[in-house]
Design a protein around this ligand. Structure first.
Ligand SMILES: Cc1cc2nc3c(=O)[nH]c(=O)nc-3n(C[C@H](O)[C@H](O)[C@H](O)COP(=O)(O)OP(=O)(O)OC[C@H]3O[C@@H](n4cnc5c(N)ncnc54)[C@H](O)[C@@H]3O)c2cc1C
Length: 505
């Protein structure tokens, strides 16, 4: 323990960012305690059990999963890589239209290109633009500490030259949304898939990067899913001397003379420390815990202008059957409905289903978990939630309607359903506190894409000894970003204290 600096910190939230901040703080001699309102670690990276099935609430792909990748070093540092079995699937997504035509998005870029060209030769120009965009991103990886010196140097040079050679191309892709790019395709299914596979407003750049990671087998699926990763983080944090107080919701951040000095929990008890880090929801932190007394126009701009990842209805379904004939895929399977149907607050024309035939550990033998994710409106569910009975009925109806639609594509499935669980934006709100139930924070759009070059600040103007990390200061969200956010923060705190930042593997 380094006692030469003022070393106590309170961290709000035991999601990936809060735990990572605690881990890196522990490595650098700081004493931390985390206050977490839920009774489990991981925040959004979670799963829950129902009738013998495990519904995974998060991980589809883990960037940095390849041990050859520089990003894998972070997973090693925080104790997630160790002993984790990763599988790399061949397909990213399977999309069908009303006539049963199937469009497959392969992870391998050459296979993807060939598949798309065979599917829609008339779209050769935008298809090649898309796949060449992915190829441009293939060399993107930071050197790993396991690389030999010449290899590290080579990777660094490759990375540098990629930015120099492709700077204007990268800018171009950042400025195009998925929706705008999809409009260049003539084939209606290809157009629809590219528009909706991600979020229409999202900058295309990130889709290219994701496909590049998939091609490089660096965005695999960790068997066992989300919760074991969160538990591994919690263990690493505790092993480094950290302590977590579960079931403790922070109501206010205590401030004296414009310095954060501790927290007051919702039950009124107070805890003091020399620094406070909020790894919890950004809106709650700035506007409720600190009563909007700190920050400036720049701090408030995202909350007034930036679009959020849509809140979702998240259905977990346990079925007494296998799906041996359905290829394993990273992001699932989408099919067109015979007739549009209103589910929740909106009319749906297709269903996006994730079939966990790649992870038998989530269901009893011979059975499978499916999840269905539908974008929805937060205010709709918030209003409905005021009448608990109406809310319960709507959830029940939502489940029933989803099964009815699945029956169209998988005849007989209705009789095989053993469990159905519906999470709404109110569920995300209750368990993680994320603003408007958003599941990944800010979207990166052409308007705010400059954050890629210049990250958001992790402090609030006017308030000392206070810091933020996590998806509300890292647009685009995601698990690697959450870890890097905690790491980035502790590195800068070490700098403040004149300590050389170190990591312990
Ligand atoms: C369906 C879904 C799929 C996803 N798929 C992927 C994927 O494939 N790959 C990927 O990388 N990412 C994925 N993500 C995104 C990823 O889960 C998040 O971006 C990431 O977990 C955010 O971490 P965080 O620590 O910043 O925030 P959070 O996980 O939200 O953690 C914040 C923590 O703060 C706690 N908290 C809030 N308020 C208080 C309070 N007042 N007092 C005490 N504690 C409080 C919360 O309970 C929570 O534990 C997915 C998310 C979802 C929901």
């Amino acid at each position: 323990m380094n006692n030469s600096h003022d070393d106590s910190m309170i961290i709000i939230g035991a999601g990936f960012a809060g735990l990572a901040a605690g881990i890196y703080a522990g490595m650098n001699g700081y004493r931390t305690q985390i206050f977490e309102m839920h009774d489990k670690p991981g925040g959004l990276c979670t799963s829950w059990k129902r009738k013998g099935y495990t519904i995974d609430g998060c991980i589809h792909w883990l960037v940095g999963s390849s041990s050859k990748s520089g990003m894998h070093d972070f997973w090693e540092e925080v104790g997630i890589a160790q002993g984790r079995k990763i599988i790399d699937m061949e397909e990213y997504m399977h999309v069908e239209d009303a006539s049963g035509r199937t469009l497959v998005f392969y992870c391998n870029v050459d296979r993807l290109e060939k598949g798309l060209l065979d599917f829609s030769p008339q779209d050769e120009k935008p298809i090649r633009e898309f796949t060449n965009g992915i190829r441009m991103c293939l060399p993107f990886d930071q050197p790993s500490k396991h690389d030999s010196f010449p290899n590290r140097l080579y990777k660094q040079m490759k990375l540098g030259s990629m930015f120099i050679r492709n700077g204007s191309q990268m800018q171009k892709w950042m400025k195009i949304t998925c929706e705008d790019f999809s409009a260049r395709f003539k084939d209606p299914l290809l157009r629809e898939a590219l528009r909706e596979m991600w979020v229409p407003e999202f900058s295309m750049f990130f889709m290219l990067f994701t496909f590049a990671y998939l091609h490089n087998k660096n965005a695999g699926y960790p068997l066992g899913g989300s919760m074991p990763m969160s538990e591994a983080l919690e263990k690493r944090y505790k092993d480094l001397g950290g302590s977590i107080n579960y079931g403790k919701s922070v109501g206010k951040i205590l401030v004296e003379g414009n310095r954060a000095v501790g927290v007051r929990l919702s039950d009124g008890t107070e805890y003091r420390s020399s620094r406070v880090i909020s790894a919890a929801d950004g809106y709650t932190t700035i506007f409720r815990m600190l009563d909007n007394r700190y920050g400036d126009e720049k701090t408030r701009e995202p909350y007034e202008k930036w679009p959020l990842f849509y809140p979702i209805i998240y259905a977990g379904i346990g079925v007494n059957r296998t799906f041996d004939d359905v290829p394993l895929s990273v992001s699932g399977f989408s099919f067109h409905l015979k007739n549009p149907v209103e589910i929740g607050d909106a009319v749906r024309k297709r269903l996006w289903v994730h079939i966990y035939n790649h992870d038998p550990s989530l269901s009893p033998p011979g059975k499978t978990v499916l999840t269905v994710m539908l974008e929805t409106n937060y205010d709709y569910w918030k209003k409905l939630h005021e009448d608990k009975e109406a809310y319960r009925r709507k959830k029940e109806e939502t489940g029933r309607l989803i099964i009815d639609q699945l029956e169209q594509r998988f005849p007989g499935i209705t009789a095989q359903v053993e469990m159905i669980d519906i999470a709404t934006p109110m569920t995300f709100d209750r368990y993680t506190g994320n603003w408007k139930g958003s599941f990944e924070g800010w979207l990166i759009t052409p308007e705010n894409s400059s954050v890629i070059m210049k990250p958001m600040i992790q402090t609030l103007p006017g308030l000392q000894q206070f810091y933020m990390c996590g998806q509300w200061v890292e647009p685009g969200g995601g698990l690697p970003t959450a870890i890097m956010s905690g790491r980035r923060l502790i590195k800068s705190i070490c700098k403040e204290d004149g300590i050389k930042f170190k990591t312990i593997s």
